[in-house]
Design a protein around this ligand. Structure first.
Ligand code: FNR
Length: 188
């Protein structure tokens, strides 16, 4: 069975190292996973004033999540938390009240930064958020990728064999996680 994995990059930068990591993951993914980006860069800042007349861009965003079997969050850490753009996207996904498209949707989190902590703190915050939105998150392996020069080439290939091996195992575990949760019924 092939699973559609919508990936959400938490950075709005054209030069995002997390988007580079997402590209590398797309290339490493096993045949069961089809990775496709769900963009968040056109979403306005959420307010519940939008609820009665949901903007098309936000509805398309929610529809893309609904159409995905699972979500992969590839996110930087900004000031020891998730970027505001990512939190905003999650807020859109959960509203109007009663139409939370993250409910029951299996997910995984990964991120890269040049620092040694490599997004670990942001990932913990994101896990707390996804716990509240009732999206079962892959627990292990955790994936904190320190971005070093030359780690990923322009084609999106990982240049360090141990990292490529780790990421391949990570994607294998994510596939098992999706398979396990695939029959959960989103009911909210
Ligand atoms: C950062 N950066 C950063 N890195 C980190 O490891 N922990 C942190 O808390 C922060 N905080 C932070 C705040 C803000 C506002 C910016 C712009 C950056 C550095 C960050 O890891 C680096 O800029 C990465 O390139 C961000 O990933 P993207 O956006 O390139 O994918």
């Amino acid at each position: 069975m092939t699973y559609i994995v919508g990936y959400i990059v938490g950075s709005l930068s054209q030069k995002s190292i997390n988007r580079t990591l997402a590209l590398a993951l797309s290339r490493l993914a096993p045949p069961e996973l089809r990775l496709t980006e769900i963009p968040i860069d056109q979403l306005p800042l959420y307010s519940y004033d939008y609820d009665p007349d949901y903007p098309a861009v936000a509805q398309e965003f929610k529809d893309a999540i609904k159409a995905s079997d699972a979500l992969l969050f590839v996110t930087p850490e900004y000031n020891r938390s998730v970027p505001a753009a990512l939190k905003n996207a999650i807020d859109w996904a959960t509203r109007p009240y009663g139409s939370n498209v993250l409910n029951g949707k299996p997910s995984a989190i990964i991120g890269t930064s040049p620092g040694q902590v490599s997004t670990a703190v942001a990932q913990q915050h994101l896990k707390t958020i996804l716990s509240f939105t009732n999206s079962p998150v892959l627990g292990q392996p955790e994936a904190y990728i320190q971005f070093t020069k030359g780690l990923i080439n322009d084609e999106g290939d990982i240049q360090v064999p141990s990292v490529a091996e780790f990421l391949t195992g990570y994607l294998r575990a994510f596939t098992a996680h999706i398979r396990h949760h695939h029959h959960d019924i989103p009911g909210l």
